[in-house]
Design a protein around this ligand. Structure first.
Ligand code: ARG
Length: 298
């Protein structure tokens, strides 16, 4: 039976009651050969159509790949496809999972925009080749779900944090909770600039999260405050301009983050993380940064 929690009144467990989950052992990335801003589907893309420096984008992507490589995890590189300029954001087309017995499963996304729908079967091929059990959503019941743009694992625990409101519909989390047999804490997003959960919420380790609080409703904020021992807040300018909360912490120690988020980075260092600053300037033009440029898998 699905368990989707939207307010503290329905929260009947604490972190200590959650089953452990193996942390991801590999990273999937899609090369930015065909990356560009060709259309506008989020506010960050406005004014940026045709404005990507492809050579610079490739160099920045390589820098992100090498920074992620410092975690010691294996990186798989996939080719993009010529008419899919956003495929480089490979956090969005799927939500993988590993069961206690090592069975690997994946739920494929239903992208909100027609521009991005054809990315999904290409990413699905990778899962097929790697022996994953594949699930599809029923688009008649669930119109949209954008994978790990909105659905984020609590590190090392069987708990999913699910953003909804812009790119994902709440019903998706009932299906996910049923299929993977995990509870989901669903958080409604309220600002179009923070259209995916990964633009305002970044799990660093099982006790710590980096957030931009204004992106959430009071109910959601209350749930975040209840479940995490330590909350690091990014200021508005850094959340918006440097996409500070779209950082990633692949191993619980290193945080790879857009360069120049000075206050956020100071707080991260004070909290004991090793901060690796990278430049994702070309990708920020499309409304994405480090987190959404990779998929953590098993
Ligand atoms: N241009 C892409 C889009 O609007 C960017 C996706 C970035 N991904 C993310 N998870 N924030 O769909």
């Amino acid at each position: 039976m699905s368990k989707v929690i939207t307010s503290k009144a329905n929260l009947d467990f604490g972190i200590e009651n959650l089953a452990p989950m193996e942390t991801p052992g590999c990273i999937l990335m899609v090369k930015p050969t065909y990356f560009s801003v060709d259309y506008v589907i989020n506010p960050h893309m406005e004014g940026n159509v045709g404005n990507v420096d492809k050579e610079k984008a490739m160099q920045q992507w390589e820098q992100v790949r090498d920074a992620l490589g410092q975690s010691g995890l294996t990186i798989h590189e996939l080719e993009g496809a010529s008419n899919l300029p956003d495929m480089v954001f490979c956090a969005n087309q799927s939500l993988p999972y590993v069961d206690d017995d090592g069975t690997r499963e994946v739920i494929m996304s239903i992208m909100d925009s027609d521009h991005r729908k054809n990315e999904v079967p290409l990413i699905e091929e990778w899962y097929q080749e790697h022996g994953y059990q594949i699930h599809h959503l029923n688009y008649k019941k669930i119109p949209r779900f954008e994978g790990m743009g909105d659905a984020l694992w609590h590190r090392g625990k069987k708990l999913l944090w699910g953003g909804y409101g812009f790119r994902t519909s709440l019903e998706a989390y009932h299906f996910i909770s049923d299929t993977y047999k995990v509870p989901v804490i669903a958080l409604k997003l309220k600002h179009p600039e923070f259209y995916h959960l990964d633009t305002c919420f970044c799990v660093l380790d099982s006790k710590t999260v980096l957030i931009y609080p204004e992106a959430f409703q009071p109910k959601g904020l209350n749930l975040i405050n209840t479940m995490f021992e330590r909350i690091i807040e990014a200021p508005k300018s850094e959340a918006l301009e440097q996409f500070a909360c779209n950082a990633t912490c692949p191993d619980g120690k290193h945080v790879v983050i857009q360069r120049g988020a000075t206050e956020t980075n100071r707080k991260l260092r004070e909290a004991g993380y090793e901060v690796i600053e990278v430049d994702t300037g070309e990708f920020l033009k499309s409304g994405g940064s480090v987190f959404c440029m990779k998929m953590m898998a098993w």
